[in-house]
Design a protein around this ligand. Sequence first.
Ligand code: NDP
Length: 451
Amino acid sequence: MEKHVQQFVNDFMSRIEAKNPNEVEFIQAVREVAESVAGYILENPVMQNLKVLDRIAEPERVIMFRVPWLRDSGEIEINRGYRVQNNSALGPYKGGLRFHVSVNLSILKFLAFEQTFKNSLTTLPMGGGKGGSDFSSKGKSDNEVMRFCQSFATELSRHIGADVDVPAGDIGVGGREIGYMFGQYKRLRNEFTGAYTGKGLSFGGSLLRPEATGYGLCYFVREMLVTKGDSFAGKVVTVSGSGNVSQYAIEKATKLGAKVVTASDSSGYIYDSEGIDEQKLEYIKDLKNVFRGRISEYVERYPNAVFYAEERPWGVKCDIALPCATQNELDGGDAQKLVDGGCLCVGEGANMPSTPEAIAIFHANKVLFAPGKAANAGGVATSGLEMAQNSMRLSWSRDEVDEKLSQIMRDIHTTCCEYGTEADGYINYVNGANIGGFIKVANAMIAQGVV
Ligand code: NDP
C-alpha cells in the first residue's frame, strides 16, 4: 500500500478506534473496508471532503432494549435486545436478527456495517441493518422461545416496518422464530405487511429463501472456479457449521458434483470420508431443525464417520473450504493448513469467518478467496425478492426465484472482478466487493446531502 494511502487508513482507524473502544469485531470489519477503499477515496476528493466513509462507519441509529420474558416455571428472565440501523442510503434498513449468547453491540455493529456493502452489491434497494439478542434457544421449550420472541418483537415493532426496516433470520433465528415475531408484529399493528422476511410459505414467505444463502454461496464459488476453467465436479469440500447456511451449501455443492466430507457445530466436527450424501443430509436437517440435537450424534447413525470434539474442520485435506458457522472461526494457522493441503478455493458462507491473518495467507498464496459480503449475499438478495413479492401481493415459482438468485450471484461476481482484478490477473475479491459495494452507497449518500 502506498504511503499516503496507508496514512489515510491510519488516521481514519485512529478515529474509529477512539470512538468505539473495545469493539474488536466492528473495528476489524471497518479496517478491512478502509484498506480496500482508501485508494479510491483519495482519487475522488469529494468522497474525502464529504467524509463518506466516516459517516458509513457511524450507524444512523442504535436501539438497545430490555427483553423480559417468563420461563415455563414462572421465573422471570431478562435479555438484552438490539437493532443497529446502519445506513438507509439505498433503501429501508435490511438485515438479520441473531439470537446467541455471544451477541453484543460490537458484533451487531460489525454485521450491520458489512450488511450495508453486501446489500449494495445485490443491486436491490436495501439499506443495511442488523439486530438480535444475547438469548439462546438451546434448552428452552417451544413456549419459552415463543414468549421470548413476542417480548422482543413487541419493542422492535416500534422501530421496523415494510418501508422502514425489515429484519430476517441469522444465527439462532430460523422459520420458527420469524413466525412468532411476525405474528406478534401483525397483532400489535393490526396489519399484514412484509415487515419481516424468512416467513413461512403460507403467510408471505418466498420459495427458496431458506436455501438461498447456501445455494447462492455455491453459485458464487462456481463462478470463481470458472475463472480457472474449473468446476465443483469431483472436488472434496469441507464445510463448517450445520445450520441453515451449511445445510444448503452441502446440498448444492453435492448437486454440483462435489463430495462434502465435514459438518460441525460449536462442540466439534464430523468427518465422513464417504461424503454427506442426500440421505445423510436429510438426517442432519432433522437432527438440527426438528430435534435440535448435536452434530456428534451423526456418528451414532453413520459409524464410519468420526467426531472430533472441540476441533474445527480446517485440518482436513480439501479442494474447497466453505466456512459457514460464525465470525473468526478460521485463523492464520487454519489458513496455512488449508494451503498446505492444496485447497484452491475458500468461499465464506458465514460473515467474516476468516481472520485478517487468514485472508493475508490466502492472498499471498493466490487462493481463490470470496469474502462473505459477496459470497453469502444470496440470502439477503432473496429476502429482497420476498419484499418485492409481498409488495406486489404475488409469489414467484421456485424456478423463477432460483434464476433471479443465480443471476444476482453472477452479477456480484462480475462486480468483484471489475474492481478487484490485479495487474497479474489475480482477482482480489475482498477489494472487489468492498470497492464495488462502497461506490454505490457513497454516491447515493452524496446525492442525498449531509443527513
Ligand atoms: P444457524 O443458527 O442456522 O447455524 C449456525 C451454525 O454455526 C450452527 O451449526 C452453530 O452450532 C454454529 N455456530 C454458531 N456459533 C458458533 C461458534 N461460536 N463456534 C462454532 N460454531 C458455531 O445460523 P445460520 O446458518 O443462519 O448462520 C451461519 C452464518 O451465516 C452466520 O455467520 C450468519 O451471519 C451467516 N449468514 C446467514 C444468512 C442466513 O440467511 N441465514 C445470510 C448471510 C450470512 P451450534 O448449534 O452449536 O450453535
